[in-house]
Design a protein around this ligand. Structure first.
Ligand code: BEZ
Ligand code: FE
Length: 283
């Protein structure tokens, strides 16, 4: 039976066009997308000009993307979608360390460094000792965990944002835990920084009366065979942007102590233990 398009039946008419052999997950996802998109248009009643400006926004978002820039992920991040998808996929029992966004500045293949090594290669910023243990939910240490860490420099930029200005692998490294599950390295006390805001996402934030800043944080990606991968940050308490992180990445449990050290080798010390959850069978 032919079904012509009507305003009242719009989503049903579109979804009825799908063929009989569509893969079930794709059928579910696309029909929900069409239903929600049509319900959205029915709610906001866009004018033709508004629809054109939305298309223009998405076009510019795509055009600015390249090997070093992923504006669609930034859009997802600033709309809270990345954190929602992260939350859906990383529900964990109490006591386990919470996940947060990976962000665009992780780089595969950082050098593995010795315990206690200094990852700040540009010599800028206030030195900070980061140390703790990787543990299971029962408190037992996890040996052989890879703790991949990265942060901005004292001027608020990651090394990959300033090639040729910062040393390669500045403020990055991988530390592998021993039998005691411990990790330990020297970095800098991170500083808050704005996400790249010279593109369509930055323009949208400005029109929404939102700032582009992230509170100061150290990134951690912790992997160990037989354990769920942990993607997280630790945040510097007292940062002015903790409650208005532009990508909604802050969780109370991830605000870490940053203690001033008197007469030590570093100015700050930030102790933090990571608690992992066993991988589900097949992971
Ligand atoms: C980051 O923390 O590196 C980050 C996360 C999301 C968007 C931009 C930057
Ligand atoms: Fe970051």
């Amino acid at each position: 039976m032919t079904r012509f398009f009507t305003e009242a039946d719009s989503a049903d008419v579109v979804n009825a066009r799908m063929g009989p052999d569509v893969e079930p997950r794709l059928r579910d996802v696309m029909s929900a997308l069409v239903r929600h998109l049509h319900a959205f248009a029915k709610e906001v009643q866009p004018t033709q000009r508004e629809w054109e400006s939305a298309i223009d926004f998405l076009t510019r978002t795509g055009q600015i993307c390249g090997p070093e820039r992923q504006e669609f992920i930034l859009l997802s991040d600033t709309l809270g979608l990345s954190m929602l998808v992260d939350a859906i996929n990383n529900r964990r029992p109490p006591g386990a360390t919470e996940n947060t966004v990976l962000g665009p500045f992780h780089v595969e293949g950082a050098p593995e460094r010795a315990h206690g090594a200094n990852i700040s290669l540009d010599g800028k910023g206030e030195s900070c000792l980061f140390e703790g243990r990787v543990l299971g939910l029962d408190g037992a240490p996890i040996a052989g965990a890879r703790v991949d860490v990265w942060s901005d420099n004292a001027e608020g930029f990651y090394d990959v944002q300033q090639p040729g200005v910062q040393p390669k692998w500045n403020n990055r490294g991988i530390f592998v835990t021993g039998e005691d599950g411990a990790y330990r390295f020297v970095g800098i006390k991170p500083v808050s920084y704005p996400i790249p805001d010279d593109g369509p996402v930055g323009q949208l934030l400005a029109r929404l009366g939102r700032h582009p800043w992230r509170p100061a944080h150290m990134h951690f990606l912790v992997t160990a065979p037989g354990w769920q991968t942990l993607v997280t940050h630790t945040f510097v308490g007292g940062d002015p942007y903790l409650e208005s992180d532009t990508v909604f990445g802050v969780k109370q449990t991830l605000v870490a102590p940053f203690e001033r050290v008197e007469g030590g080798e570093t100015i700050w010390r930030s102790p933090f233990d990571f608690v992992l959850v066993p991988a589900a069978a097949g992971q």
